[in-house]
Ligand binder design. Structure first.
Ligand code: SF4
Length: 221
């Protein structure tokens, strides 16, 4: 019997951010995160003992029963803080053509697979006192060819910090996206306008936040 995984929620939606934005996807949200971002939109997934514990194969079955999608997004919480993550990913790669993990990058990549993609969002200094820990393994993430870096950028000093950190860590710009911070359409629009200019200057991609535009800051989307 496989080790149980602690789940916050399982749903079917569109991938709202990053390189696969707009793609229909199953989502498995793992429970537990200690990174502490002040603008976090999933604070309900912070408590490591919250949610429910189920076998990975049951989580997969529950997701597949919601309808068809060739993409699975494993998100959190912070998936890298769950020791059950590798077992879940190995089982998931049997069931989906493509698997993506949303993470802050607070630990090194626990496994590599040709159909496993990582959306790594290291944090800027204004976001959490633990921001440096999310940059500690950035060389290992750069060495993982299927890792994309998605930096969430809000008001000053975020834009300057983001540009500086990309330079300091020599991130491959073709694998970097800046995404506007905001939990409302208005806030995202305000940040996106200035961010478009910064992305053009820095040679990095701009990621939308499709789910906030479509549905606002709601659970299960
Ligand atoms: S790492 Fe993710 S889940 Fe954890 S606090 Fe930051 S945004 Fe929220």
């Amino acid at each position: 019997v496989s080790t149980a995984v602690r789940i916050s929620e399982i749903f079917l939606s569109l991938q709202g951010e990053g390189p696969s934005v707009g793609t229909p996807a199953h989502f498995i949200r793992l429970q537990g995160c200690t990174v502490g971002c002040h603008w976090c939109d999933t604070k309900y997934a912070w408590e490591p003992a919250g949610g429910r514990a189920i076998a990975p194969e049951d989580a997969i079955r529950e997701a597949l029963a919601l309808g068809p999608a060739s993409l699975l997004v494993v998100t959190g919480g912070e998936p890298l803080e769950r020791p059950e993550l590798p077992a879940l990913l190995e089982a998931a790669l049997e069931a989906w053509e493509r698997v993506e993990v949303e993470t802050s990058g607070v630990a090194a990549p626990p496994l590599s697979h040709p159909r496993l993609h990582w959306n790594v969002s290291p944090k800027l200094p204004a976001v959490t006192p633990r921001w440096q820990e999310t940059w500690a393994h950035v060389a290992a993430w750069t060495a993982e060819p299927r890792a994309t870096f998605k930096l969430v950028v809000g008001d000053a000093p975020d834009p300057e910090d983001a540009s500086r950190l990309v330079r300091e860590h020599d991130l491959p710009r073709e694998r970097v996206m800046f995404m506007p911070e905001g939990l409302t359409d208005a806030a995202i629009r305000a940040h996106a306008a200035s961010l478009a200019e910064i992305c053009t200057r820095e040679g990095v991609r701009l990621s939308p936040r499709l789910h906030v535009w479509l549905w606002g800051a709601r659970r299960g989307v």
